[in-house]
Ligand binder design. Structure first.
Ligand SMILES: [Ca+2]
Ligand SMILES: [Ca+2]
Length: 358
């Protein structure tokens, strides 16, 4: 090998190690994102892991939070990269990312939770819990999407879960970000949980149960869950379209799509908006099943009758609704409407009460 070529290779090798230096949080520690000592670098496939000595920055393809016992709190905008240089944030192998008040995470092109089983831990699940702050997806070098439960077509089921009870999850509307929220991808199982009405979710497109072409040769599962309290629920707002259950039943690629509902208090009166489509596009397909606490699953067809039960400590209180995919403005929102019969019975009860009083 001549001197010139070897120095070129040396240079390429050096550049590659810089370009591919992914940041890993892997101390199995419950700690704050800004603790530099918890971040490590892996210098490419065959490189050795070393202390990063800095917070994640624009040199990384991936920022990866992994291993059970890793519980990372973000309540700052530090270590969030330059906006055009960032690619992926991944949470998997049993790790948890907690996004709290003060957090500003707005430079990621792709957030993934859950992945194929780790070579070290055998765990695949990843958990994101947002109680405050801002998560905003941007285009950058990746597409600007978030996928919950991405198994990378591995035979080991990846589970991902994103729970929001406060703060904002959204996307940049001016940079071409896809703004997609996927529940389940490539044979993974993704669960998105909305608790009460404290959080704001506004994305461009929602896929429940993966997307055609990325289902893998098994079942991709999407679960959309709403935990309704006495203030109702913050609806998931979608600018473009809502796509449910795209996989072919009986084919190699299937999707499983579930709507999960529960009451943590007596619900407010009237309609309960779950998913609001802001465009004119109709909801595509329906959920396979609707599950609700204390009640048997029902098929998620248009006008399905849903019983929601709130246990107040002494009694089980039933509230009956009908599920529609044609509600709200534009007739394209997923909504629960109170069963008219319930109101009629209540009315009759009041009449009976009056008669008794006379
Ligand atoms: Ca299905
Ligand atoms: Ca609408």
């Amino acid at each position: 090998m001549n001197l010139k070529l070897s120095s070129v290779l040396l240079l390429v090798g050096f550049m590659a190690s810089v370009a591919c230096a992914d940041f890993f949080w892997e101390p199995n520690a419950v700690d704050n994102w800004t603790v530099v000592n918890n971040w490590n670098l892996a210098a490419g496939q065959n490189g050795t892991t070393q202390k990063a000595l800095r917070l994640p920055d624009g040199s990384a393809n991936n920022t990866e939070i992994r291993y059970g016992g890793s519980d990372v709190t973000v309540n700052t905008n530090l270590g969030q990269f330059a906006s055009t240089a960032t690619r992926r944030l991944r949470v998997y192998q049993g790790a948890t990312l907690e996004i709290k008040d003060g957090a500003v995470m707005q430079n990621y092109g792709w957030i993934r939770s859950g992945d194929k089983a780790g070579e070290d831990s055998g765990q695949s699940a990843g958990y994101i819990v947002q109680t405050g702050g801002l998560v905003k997806m941007r285009k950058g070098p990746d597409s600007g999407k978030i996928t919950i439960g991405d198994a990378s077509s591995n035979t080991v089921m990846a589970e991902g879960k994103y729970t929001i009870s406060g703060g904002t999850l959204t996307y940049e509307t001016t940079d071409g970000a896809s703004g997609e929220l996927w529940l389940g991808d490539r044979m993974g199982k993704g669960r998105f949980v909305v608790q009460g009405n404290g959080g704001t979710v506004k994305m461009k497109t929602l896929f429940v149960g993966g997307n055609t072409g990325r289902l893998g040769t098994g079942t991709t599962t999407g679960i959309l869950e709403f935990q309704i309290d006495d203030s109702g629920i913050s609806p998931v707002k979608i600018d473009s379209k809502v796509v449910i259950d795209t996989g072919m039943v009986g084919g190699n690629s299937q999707s499983s799509s579930n709507l999960v509902l529960s009451l943590t208090a007596a619900p407010p009166e009237g309609n309960i908006m779950l998913v609001e489509t802001l465009s004119a596009t109709a909801v595509i397909n329906t959920f396979d099943t609707v599950s609700s606490q204390y009640n048997a699953d029902v098929a998620g067809t248009e006008n399905a009758r849903i019983c929601l039960t709130y246990f107040d400590g002494t009694a089980y209180n039933n509230y009956y609704y009908h599920l529609t995919y044609k509600g709200g403005t534009g007739g394209n929102d997923i909504m629960l409407t109170p069963e008219p019969a319930t109101l009629v019975l209540l009315g009759l009860g009041l009449i009976a009460l009056r008669r008794n009083k006379r």
